[in-house]
Design a protein around this ligand. Structure first.
Ligand code: HMG
Ligand code: MG
Length: 298
C-alpha cells in the first residue's frame, strides 16, 4: 500500500546553498529556482530570513524572492526563525514559511541560540501573525535520528516537539535526519512513535545522506504511509551547525526511486538533471546525484 503520488519539497536553494562558503550571486540563485520550477517541482524552498551573522549565504533571500519567476501552482517558501524573520518574509511576498525546532537541546542552542522550549514559545506569535496574514506554516524538527552533540535522540522526544508544532498550527511537520545517521529500522520505529501524536498525512521526511542511508529511509517511510519528502537537487548542501553533514538526499535519486515504484510526482527527470548540473558548474562542484552522474556519463 504505497502512495499513488508523492509531493517533493525541493530544498536545494535553501538547505543546499546555505552552507556554501563562496559567494553565490542572486542571479545564480534565481536561475536555480526558475530551473527547478521548469522541471515541474511544485514546492521550492527558496531561502531563509535568518540572521546574516549566523548564515551569511542566505542574506540575499529577499532579492531572490523579488527576481524569481513565480508560476501559478508552485509554492515558494522560506525559513523564518522568529517574528523578525517572518515580517521580512512577508515584505518579500513569501507565500509560505517554515519554523524550525530541534529534538535535541544541544542542537537547538547551536542552531538558534535557545532551548527547545524557548524556541517553541518564540514560534507562537509567529504562527499568530501568519494566521492573520493567511500564510501557511510548515514545521521542522531537526536531529530526529541523532544529534551531532548529544548522540542518540529518543523517538518520544521527537514526538513531543512534533506534537507541539502541529498543535500550534503547523500544517505539516518535516522530520529531519540532520546528520544522516538514521537507518530504515530506526526510521520505522520513529514514524510509528511520532504518528501516535501527529497523523501520518501531516508528516514529511527530510533525510540527509551522510551515511548513504537516505533512500532506504525514504522507502521505509513510504511503507509507513509518508508521502512528502524533502530533497535537494544534485544532493547539494549540509548544515552549518552539523559538522560533516552532507547534503540532503539528491532529488534526482529520489525521483528515480519513485518512478521505479510507479509513484507520480509531476517532476521531469531531464529538467531536474539540467537544473542540478547548472548549479554544480556555478559552484565548481561534482554533482552529488548518482542518477545525474550516471545519466550524464553516457
Ligand atoms: P540571536 O543572536 O540569539 O538573536 O540569534 P537576537 O534576537 O539576540 O538578535 C541578534 C541579532 O540578529 C540582532 O542584530 C537581530 O536584529 C538579528 P544586531 O542588533 O546584532 O545587528 N536578527 C535577525 N536578522 C535577520 N533576520 C532575522 C533575525 N533575527 C534576529 N530573522 C537567531 C537567534 C534565531 C536569529 C539565529 O540563531 C539564527 O538566525 N539562526 C539561524 C540558523 C540557521 O539558519 N540554520 C540553518 C537552518 S536549519 C537547518 O538547516 C535544519 C533543517 O534543514 C532540517 C534538518 O536538516 O534537520 C531545516
Ligand atoms: Mg536539512
Amino acid at each position: 500500500n504505497l502512495p499513488h503520488s508523492v509531493r517533493l519539497v525541493e530544498v536545494g536553494p535553501r538547505d543546499g546553498l546555505q552552507n556554501e562558503k563562496q559567494p553565490i550571486s542572486v542571479a545564480d540563485k534565481v536561475r536555480l529556482v526558475d530551473d527547478l520550477s521548469t522541471a515541474g517541482l511544485r514546492y521550492i524552498e527558496v531561502g531563509s530570513f535568518v540572521s546574516p551573522k549566523w548564515v551569511p549565504q542566505m542574506a540575499g533571500s529577499a532579492e531572490v524572492f523579488s527576481d524569481i519567476q513565480r508560476r501559478p501552482g508552485i509554492t515558494y517558501a522560506a525559513l523564518t526563525p522568529n517574528l523578525k524573520g517572518f515580517e521580512a518574509a512577508l515584505e518579500a511576498k513569501v507565500e509560505e514559511v517554515a519554523v524550525f525546532a530541534a529534538a535535541s537541546e544541544a542542537f537547538s542552542q547551536k542552531n538558534i541560540n535557545c532551548s527547545i522550549a524557548d524556541s517553541l514559545q518564540r514560534f507562537v506569535p509567529l504562527l499568530e501573525a501568519a494566521k492573520a496574514a493567511k500564510v501557511r506554516v510548515r514545521g521542522y524538527v531537526s536531529c530526529v535520528l541523532g544529534c551531532p552533540y548529544d548522540g542518540d535522540v529518543a523517538p518520544q522526544q521527537v514526538a513531543a516537539v512534533a506534537r507541539e508544532l502541529h498543535a500550534m498550527g503547523c500544517y505539516e511537520v518535516s522530520l529531519g535526519d540532520t546528520i544522516g545517521t538514521g537507518t530504515a529500522g530506526k526510521t520505522r520505529v520513529l514514524l510509528d512513535v511520532v504518528s501516535r501524536d501527529v497523523p501520518r498525512e501531516r508528516l514529511a521526511g527530510h533525510f540527509h545522506d551522510t551515511y548513504g542511508q537516505a533512500l532506504a529511509n525514504i522507502y521505509a517511510s513510504l511503507l509507513e504511509g509518508i508521502s512528502v519528502f524533502d530533497s535537494s537537487v544534485a544532493g547539494l548542501g549540509g548544515c552549518p551547525y552539523a559538522k560533516g553533514a552532507t547534503g540532503n538526499v539528491a532529488s534526482e535519486d529520489v525521483l528515480y526511486l519513485l518512478q521505479g515504484l510507479g509513484i507520480d510526482t509531476g517532476v521531469d527527470m531531464d529538467g531536474l538533471i539540467a537544473a542540478g548540473q547548472r548549479i554544480c558548474q556555478v559552484l565548481g562542484k561534482a554533482n552529488g546525484s548518482r542518477v545525474a552522474r550516471a545519466r550524464l556519463s553516457h
